[in-house]
Unconditional design. Structure first.
Length: 453
């Protein structure tokens, strides 16, 4: 990728961005609690006044039917009128959000932001620090690793909504046909099973989508690697071609080049059909995968099961995360108390959070919901009666809490698709392509004025 293109993709001018960065930022210490103190919550009289004063809020989100949760909020606070707008999903959402912030016109009060993009919007000072409204005191209510995605020593930048701890969804019938009793527990076993499945059934044990960088990043997360680092200010670390990363990618490259794992592009007609027709005997996917499968592969009901990811060290089970999002209050809001309460209330109170989990099927971030037998212990017919929510709750507890994202993640993912992704598509040398990906990110970070550690 040439310099002109990299510059065109800049998220903001470096000088302007750094002028807005809070000074003294550092990465979280493991509990998102900084020095262990909490900011003084907003005074009750100020809160009561804000929530009883007629106020209009705008909320940008892509969650379907979220108006149901908003209706509960408006019932709780009749003076607050929330307008929900879906301006798109993925890059379209973020591009419109960035444009509104840069122009100074049309930005919402609250916006849905995936965890991996929080540093991006924090870089430009676009997110309100919610600590001063009492958010720091909520940290213990959420899964630790999730809270570390939204909070650091410098502040709390969003309220968690849903998560994507990684597991293994597999076709029990296909694995049985191959002579396997359940999912492989280690990566050595997984490689052996991949050969057995292909030879005896013709199916691939799984698909590593060439156009899905976050899937591989989640597998690096699971391996305990730190491909990215960010101090919250001007310094980043970039290690996507470290020997440890190359070792993980070499493992997958061996399977791909032996034609035991496919690399079909995800979210295409061909990919959907292959899930439904047994071309893939499994899918390494987050906790949002089970409900997705029920809509995509309805004809395979009862044949799927859920298990943890294969492990590099069976004695120390660990997982990574793929996806999940939060609700952040933008620093441009004219109604910070009401906007914060909207983000907090729908993602913390029992009724709306239960609705998210059981009606929109967002996988919870709240410990209380993950531990609730009425949610966790529900048998799922599509998975042969297995308690899939409980399975992923156990998996969520094993996600490494220290993983960090770079503050220009859009570029990171785009550069992956043009380097490593191309190698996967061609079943070529993805390990060598890691060097190209590294160089692309380093060049971009340097041009944007970051110090590389």
């Amino acid at each position: 990728m040439n310099k002109a293109r990299r510059t065109a993709m800049a998220l903001a001018g470096t000088a302007a961005a750094f002028s807005l960065i809070a000074t003294g930022c550092s990465s979280g210490d493991g509990d998102g609690g900084g020095d262990g103190t909490s900011a003084e919550p907003i005074a009750s009289d100020a809160f009561d006044e804000a929530m009883s004063t007629p106020t209009k809020l705008t909320f940008w989100t892509w969650v379907p039917d979220i108006e149901n949760e908003i209706a509960l909020f408006e019932e709780e606070y009749p003076a607050i009128d929330v307008t929900v707008e879906n301006v798109g999903q993925g890059l379209e959402h973020y591009q419109k959000l960035r444009s509104a912030l840069e122009s100074g016109e049309g930005a919402p009060d609250v916006a849905q932001i995936e965890y991996m993009y929080i540093p991006t919007f924090n870089l430009t000072g676009s997110l309100l620090d919610l600590s001063e409204y009492g958010a720091r005191d909520l940290g213990g209510d959420y899964v630790d690793w999730v809270w570390n995605q939204v909070a650091n020593d410098a502040g709390v930048w969003a309220i968690p909504q849903d998560t994507g701890p990684m597991g293994n969804l597999y076709r029990e019938d296909i694995l049985k046909e191959a002579g396997l009793d359940g999912a492989p527990e280690t990566y050595d076993e997984y490689a052996d099973a991949a050969k057995q499945v292909k030879e005896k059934t013709g199916s691939y044990i799984s698909n590593l989508a060439a156009n899905e960088p976050v899937q591989l990043i989640a597998l690096l997360w699971q391996a305990g690697l730190d491909p990215f680092g960010y101090d919250g200010a001007e310094t980043v670390s970039i290690n996507v071609n470290s020997p440890e990363v190359k070792e993980v990618v070499q493992y997958w490259q061996d399977l791909v080049q032996a034609d035991l794992v496919s690399t079909d592009a995800g979210w295409t007609d061909n990919w959907f059909q292959n899930i439904a027709n047994g071309h893939y005997a499994g899918w390494l996917v987050p906790a949002w995968g089970p409900i997705f499968l029920q809509g995509t592969a309805e004809g395979t009901a009862g044949k799927w099961r859920a298990a943890p990811l294969p492990q590099w060290d069976a004695a120390n089970p660990v997982s990574g995360n793929w996806g999940g999002s939060s609700n952040a209050v933008l620093s441009t809001t004219e109604n910070p108390i009401a906007a914060y309460e909207l983000a907090r209330w729908i993602n913390h109170e029992p009724e709306p959070t239960t609705m998210f989990a059981t009606e929109q099927f967002l996988y919870p971030a709240l410990k209380s919901l993950l531990e609730d037998p009425e949610y966790a212990d529900q048998p799922v017919e599509f998975f042969g009666g297995q308690e899939v929510n409980a399975e992923f709750a156990d998996i969520s507890a094993t996600v490494d809490p220290t993983f960090e994202w770079l503050p220009f993640n859009e570029f990171v993912l785009s550069a992956y698709n043009e380097t490593v992704g191309v190698a996967w598509e061609k079943k070529g040398d993805a390990v060598a392509a890691l060097d190209d990906w590294q160089q692309e990110i380093v060049d971009y970070a340097t041009e944007q004025g970051f110090t590389i550690e």
